[in-house]
Design a protein around this ligand. Structure first.
Ligand code: SF4
Length: 184
């Protein structure tokens, strides 16, 4: 199963998505300390409930979808007037970066499958100043995104995946954490 966050990086750079997935595979299979680290991290991020202005918020809500082959953790699951939607917390000012928007869209689809109820919106909540970006998703977009996900996940398993996930070689590389080791 792939991580929602790692999959969303495809929309920043396909090669970065591949590196994340390969790194996760390596750590998951070769490094027991990494797995211990995840367990310790999960102990710190204890799931918590709270009510704020009539809105029920559940922090660190884990979701997965067998159909989409995706899993992740919502920063906040909000429940308001019977409607459920994800809220992703982001540092800095509001920006419409493609990978942020896709991350929320994937969360919407996984949450919908996980809870088996319609979910059509989510928010990115930015810290400075505190403001929210509404992201919606209709049925046509969900269908399109589902098909794209299948194609990406198939390509991630191919032997020639480094060809299928090309380097972008542009301004994005300067800000990328893989910059020093992006050779292929
Ligand atoms: S260094 Fe550039 S090409 Fe390589 S993963 Fe990062 S953004 Fe992609």
């Amino acid at each position: 199963m792939f991580s929602i966050y790692h999959m969303s990086e495809y929309w920043y750079c396909p090669r970065a998505c591949l590196y994340y997935v390969l790194r996760e595979d390596y750590h998951a299979h070769e490094n027991k300390d990494y797995i211990r680290g995840i367990i310790e991290h999960d102990k710190i991020n204890v799931r918590g409930d709270r009510y704020k202005f009539g809105v029920h918020q559940i922090k660190q809500f884990e979701i997965y979808s067998d159909h989409l082959n995706l899993a992740g953790k919502l920063d906040i699951l909000e429940i308001k007037n019977g409607e459920c939607y994800p809220v992703e917390l982001k540092k800095g000012s509001q920006r419409k970066a493609p990978q942020i928007i896709i991350q929320i869209k994937l969360q919407i689809m996984v949450l919908e499958d996980f809870l088996n109820i319609p979910v059509n919106k989510g928010y990115a909540s930015f810290s400075a100043p505190h403001e929210r970006l509404l992201i919606t998703l209709d049925e046509d977009e969900k269908r399109e995104l589902r098909q794209k996900l299948i194609r990406i996940q198939i390509n991630l398993e191919q032997n020639d995946r480094f060809m299928l996930f090309p380097r972008v070689n542009d301004h994005r590389c300067d800000k990328c954490s893989f910059h020093k080791n992006c050779y292929y």
